[in-house]
Design a protein around this ligand. Structure first.
Ligand code: ADP
Ligand code: SF4
Length: 688
């Protein structure tokens, strides 16, 4: 069973009047569902309860209507009407002995109030600080406002107790919570007893915690979530001041929850940050307080977790993303199944659910946010159907996830892969700068498949329709992936771009096959996610003189949704890449590219020796089409179904492929649902 080395992770730990069953602490995290999809959120948290987490939190919960962060979808506790949805969450969180926590957020200078139309309140009158630069200014709170806000926190605490929560986290991190706005000299420019000295700036949080202790403190524990450093230099709530504050107020909350910087800093992607990246900032803080400390750092390795505790850095292992990628992480450590941990790859696709107001997705865990909607359990598959054998053509993320799910259901699975290695695009992309952790998508599945008796993998086996018809599998799953286009078609050009054949043209596939340009290279990025930026960085490192041209106003525009964009820009600037924004490429000449301003269409020639087109991908759909053309032969060959999935169906990010693979595995042999919706939806009940 459990390796005794990890026993320390399973020690019960006191938090105020309560005891957590172990040190695994799921810190608050968004998910895209929030108040729109409360049952989906509740069941997502329930999966973590079953997976062994000792403490489980909600995402940020707007605790009063005078501060909300529309368009982002979090939770709301504005009035008693909101209690039932939250009570369902608390109940599901506590279903396996975890403590249930609610994070109360008053967003102050981060809340534009686009829904409630209330004037935002903040310590000082300043423009609202949001991702969208809303043209809204917060009013400075007067003494009466402060008294009101204290009372609203008490109301919210009582409602949280009624809803069944054990812990309340006061949000003062990431620039999002009002406690930070008071504590930071940057956002608190008051001259009364709530501003100026650290003692004064800390008055508000002291008062709120004292009020809440009086209201609910005997039965509930209170935690305070701060950033280890506001990351805006000395003016902000710096690491030195955070330490001073904790030293002065060591016993203030029942637990210190130490996040980091802005959300971008805290949820640093693997492309830019290692596991345990915050260690130097948290080191020594535990000595300043008698209360337990939780910190984060994309922890997926139990050895790193143990070290964080043994070396006195942390008392609790805080996880958001690792708990999304594998809700059963604690249980797997407890059961001595370390190899089964589905490690987070640090791609931050989970964050795009919140950023796009879509539904959360996880590259590694396709069941995330589908626990209630589709009844997908993160560890258990549905029972096997009547048929028995499946051929999967292609071993990229779609094919591998389909194989994993089908093998768990009990099907006999054969995977045919044209190349010498499995993994498809992931195997090719993991060698690019910053993407090595993404290889875990393949590593996890490769190991899981190696443990299954009912999966055979055939490498160097490029199949055609004739061969597939000869094999006689009952089901054929085509997961043959996609290829990057060399004709410039994407968003600017919906038909092929004009090109002088004298200009050497490369695609991302060429680069991944180690066919590289040299000299002056224009990278034309009309794809807008990571590939353009990654390849510009790679070529710059290989001594090319790189200019990245994109019609978007940001380099790697879509990576704003993964909180990577700013870091991508910095990385490229440091690598010497010239960045040209808001310009397209109209045509390729023999001596360079003709660019155009996306607003005025003004043209310019940019001389270069080669062009790398990062435009769009085209599905490798030929095999599927060939099989469809021979549909009349299927019955004789014993084939009952042929389906195309993943990038071979429609190219997208890796998370879309693992989702498609998982869905295929779940739905094989399941009854046809006709025109019905393939997932459950929560529809708002009309008010009486
Ligand atoms: P996805 O992201 O949808 O999983 P990938 O491009 O990552 O797609 O993976 C597709 C895999 O399919 C690649 O490894 C490719 O070599 C393999 N493949 C493509 N065509 C065939 C074929 N006809 N027979 C066997 N394997 C194929
Ligand atoms: Fe980790 Fe990516 Fe999953 Fe987020 S989407 S939990 S970063 S693997």
């Amino acid at each position: 069973m459990r390796d005794p080395r990890y026993d320390i992770l399973f020690e019960p730990m006191k938090i105020g009047p309560l005891t957590a069953k172990n040190r695994f602490y799921q810190v608050p995290h968004c998910n895209g569902g929030g108040y729109r999809d409360p049952s989906a959120v509740a069941e997502m948290r329930a999966a973590k309860a079953e997976g062994g987490w000792g403490v489980i939190f909600t995402e940020q919960t707007e605790m009063h209507h005078s501060s909300e962060i529309t368009p982002f979808i979090e939770l709301r506790l504005w009035e008693d009407q909101d209690i039932p949805a939250l009570a369902r969450m608390a109940d599901r969180m506590k279903s396996h002995g975890a403590l249930a926590g609610i994070q109360l957020a008053y967003s102050g200078i981060n809340g534009p109030n686009l829904y409630t139309k209330e004037v935002p309140l903040a310590p000082s009158a300043l423009p609202i600080r949001t991702f969208t630069n809303d043209p809204v200014t917060a009013r400075a709170m007067d003494k009466e406002d402060i008294r009101n806000l204290r009372r609203w926190f008490i109301n919210a605490a009582k409602r949280s107790r009624t809803a069944g929560f054990d812990l309340i986290c006061l949000y003062g991190a990431h620039g999002f919570g009002i406690f930070q706005h008071f504590l930071s000299r940057a956002t608190n420019q008051r001259s009364d007893e709530y501003g100026g000295s650290l003692e004064n700036r800390a008055r508000f949080v002291r008062e709120v915690i004292s009020d809440m202790r009086d209201a609910v403190g005997e039965t509930m524990a209170l935690t305070l979530r701060l950033s280890l450093d506001e990351t805006i230099g000395e003016l902000g709530f710096s690491n030195a001041e955070v330490r001073d504050f904790i030293e002065m107020h060591g016993d203030l909350p029942d637990l210190w929850d130490l996040a980091q910087g802005t959300w971008e800093d805290c949820s640093g992607p693997s492309r830019f940050k290692e596991e345990a990246a915050q260690e130097p900032l948290v080191q020594g803080i535990r000595d300043l307080t008698s209360k337990p400390v939780v910190g984060v750092g994309r922890f997926t390795s139990p050895d790193v977790m143990v070290r964080m505790i043994r070396q006195g850095r942390l008392d609790f292992i805080g996880c958001a993303r690792p708990s999304i990628a594998d809700p059963f992480l604690p249980k797997k450590i407890e059961e001595g199944r370390i190899e089964d941990i589905r490690e987070c790859i640090g791609c931050n696709v989970c964050i795009t659910g919140d950023m796009t107001q879509g539904m959360g997705r996880c590259t590694q865990n396709p069941t995330w946010m589908e626990e209630w909607r589709r009844g997908w359990h993160p560890e258990r598959m549905n029972a096997k159907g009547p048929s028995s054998s499946v051929l999967i053509v292609g071993s990229g993320p779609a094919g591998l996830e389909a194989a994993r799910g089908l093998s768990l259901r009990g099907y006999d699975v054969a995977i045919a892969e044209a190349r010498e290695q499995i993994g498809g695009r992931v195997t090719r992309e993991r060698w690019l700068p910053g993407l090595s952790a993404w290889g875990r998508v393949v590593d996890y599945r490769q190991y899981q498949l190696s443990q299954r008796p009912n999966v055979e993998t055939y490498l160097v086996s490029e199949l055609d329709a004739g061969e597939i018809l000869e094999f006689g599998f009952e089901h054929v799953c085509i997961a043959t992936g996609a290829s990057w286009r060399a004709d410039g078609v994407a968003r600017q050009h919906v038909v092929p771009m004009r090109m002088d054949p004298a200009m050497p043209v490369f695609t991302p596939d060429d680069i991944m096959e180690r066919r590289h340009p040299s000299g002056r290279v224009v990278v034309y990025d009309d794809d807008h996610y990571y590939m353009g930026g990654v390849l510009a960085e790679l070529l710059a490192r290989e001594s090319c003189d790189v200019t990245l041209v994109t019609p978007a106003p940001y380099v790697s525009d879509w990576s704003r949704n993964t909180l990577e964009q700013a870091a991508v820009h910095v990385r490229l600037a440091q690598a010497g890449v010239k960045i040209v924004l808001n310009r397209g490429v109209t045509r390729l000449r023999a001596d360079g590219v003709e660019t155009n301003c996306t607003y005025t269409d003004a043209r310019e020639v940019l001389p270069c020796d080669a062009v790398l087109l990062v435009t769009s991908q085209q599905a490798n759909g030929a095999l599927h089409r060939d099989l469809l053309a021979r549909k009349a032969d299927w019955a004789d060959a014993g084939i009952r179904s042929v389906k195309v999935i993943g990038d071979a169906n429609a190219p997208g990010p890796i998370a879309w492929a693992t989702f498609a693979g998982h869905r295929y595995a779940r739905e094989l042999d399941e009854p046809e649902i006709g025109d019905a919706l393939p997932f459950r939806r929560e529809v708002t009940a009309l008010a009486r």
